[in-house]
Design a protein around this ligand. Structure first.
Ligand code: ZN
Length: 437
């Protein structure tokens, strides 16, 4: 069966790869469209939620975003400081599927290129790609699905090394980008620019290694050799990997915490980062809660506070690594030791500009910025392109740099935070994905 499947797959690829692929005008990441079928072409059962299922039924790399973000975390753990975020750059807008990182010299050159054209806005459709994203794009390209004009094999794209971008309107940006050491790929992939300046390193084998390490941490009895090369063994595991991410994430090796199914009431959470880098953390919990545990990424318990010690369950913690988009959790327990309450948030544990999302009550959250750059006078926040109004100030554009809102519909949301100058001009947009509970 496996041999037949491999043969069929080979025939499929050989018969469908175009000799000279037309270029997709909308960029390699494609749209968020779903094709609406889920049968496999060989009749084999698919693992629900796997990368392979995403490959067969979806047309956006956003379908593997959870896994992709874990791989970025693993990459950042192996090469601290090598990657730099590219959201929040003035006049640069990111498609929601974009993983907002490039190698630091490429990110800085992008910032300079964007500044060269005054108030024009550059839209980026692809930047750093992790292994499952490249696997999807190449598979779609090779099978003629999803309108992918051109995509390299996994392990061979400059996107995986964090030195390439795909943009809209390439002709108007070409000169500014070339002045900052970005080379236009040419008409066969006209949306694509490679950073060819100094100071970068090839990360292609490291991006494969990141997946191998993450897989092994979650499958101690089915280990891949950690050789950084993309072979059949690694590809087979990649296809089985969960699109939403592994139970054990990129940092540490503690098992994932159990789902707090018993939580019934809400805890309001808050934090602020002091000059020393230590976070002052607190929570507002119902009277029956006698103990609060603070967790990060669902697996690291960073502090336990008894009510006797502090009514606000105040504590302090210093994070050892700079990571964005982390899950923050306060778990409340009663006197019998049962978990009865929970509050969640998104925390960026970085020294620079940080996005926060904090639960403030039942289905109520506050979204905002900490340490915003000088000159940012106000923000607007969208959840899945739906504009929120700040319940505290009543304003849609909030000068307190935070927007509090109650949500009638819970679940995963894409948040866009637009920053504005005092004269009302748009500066940039930050994006985060978060699941409201
Ligand atoms: Zn590209």
């Amino acid at each position: 069966m496996l041999r037949l499947r491999a043969l069929l797959a080979t025939l499929l690829v050989l018969s469908l790869v175009p000799a000279c692929a037309p270029v997709s005008g909308r960029g390699e990441e494609g749209s968020d469209g779903e094709l609406g079928y889920s049968e496999t072409d060989d009749g084999l059962a698919l693992t629900a939620g796997s990368v392979e299922e995403a490959m067969r039924t979806r047309c956006s790399t956003a379908s593997v975003r959870g896994l992709a973000l874990q791989l970025v975390g693993e990459l950042n753990a192996m090469r601290p400081g090598r990657m730099e975020r590219i959201d929040g750059i003035d006049n640069v807008d990111l498609n929601s599927a974009v993983i907002p990182y490039l190698q630091a010299p490429a990110a800085q050159a992008l910032r300079r290129a964007a500044a060269r054209r005054g108030s024009s806005t550059m839209t980026i459709n692809s930047a750093l790609r992790t292994l499952p994203q490249q696997y999807l794009l190449y598979s779609w390209y090779a099978s003629g699905r999803c309108g992918i004009g051109l995509a390299a094999r996994p392990g061979r794209s400059n996107h995986e090394t964090g030195t390439a971008i795909d943009i809209d309107g390439y002709s108007s940006w070409r000169s500014a980008l070339q002045s900052e050491s970005y080379r236009w790929f040419g008409s066969s992939d006209s949306v694509h620019f490679d950073f060819v300046g100094s100071g970068t390193e090839s990360l292609s084998s490291l991006s494969v290694l990141a997946f191998q390490r993450l897989w092994n941490r979650n499958h101690p009895t089915d280990r891949l050799s950690e050789d950084g090369s993309y072979g059949p063994q690694t590809e087979a595991r990649l296809r089985m990997a969960p699109a939403a991410g592994f139970a054990i994430g990129p940092e540490g090796d503690a098992p994932a915490a159990d789902d707090p199914a018993a939580s019934t009431t809400s805890i309001g959470v808050s934090w602020s980062r002091g000059a020393s880098g230590a976070y002052a953390i607190s929570a507002t919990a119902p009277a029956s809660v006698v103990r609060v545990e603070y967790w990060v990424d669902g697996r690291n318990r960073i502090s336990t506070v008894q009510r006797a010690a502090s009514d606000t369950f105040a504590t302090s913690y210093t994070f050892s690594s700079a990571v964005t988009e982390r899950l923050f959790e306060a778990r409340g327990f009663d006197a019998s030791g049962a978990q009865i309450a929970r509050g969640i948030g998104l925390i960026d544990t970085v020294s620079g500009t940080a996005v926060f999302i904090r639960q403030t009550g039942a289905a109520e959250y506050e979204i905002g910025l900490e340490r915003a750059p000088t000159g940012v006078a106000s923000i607007e926040v969208d959840a899945d392109a739906f504009a929120l109004t700040d319940a505290t100030s009543g304003a849609a554009r909030s000068s307190r740099l935070a927007v509090r809102s109650r949500f009638t519909l819970l679940g995963e949301r894409q948040f866009s935070i637009r920053t504005y100058n005092a004269d009302g001009t748009l500066r940039g947009t930050l994006r985060r994905t978060f699941t409201l509970e």
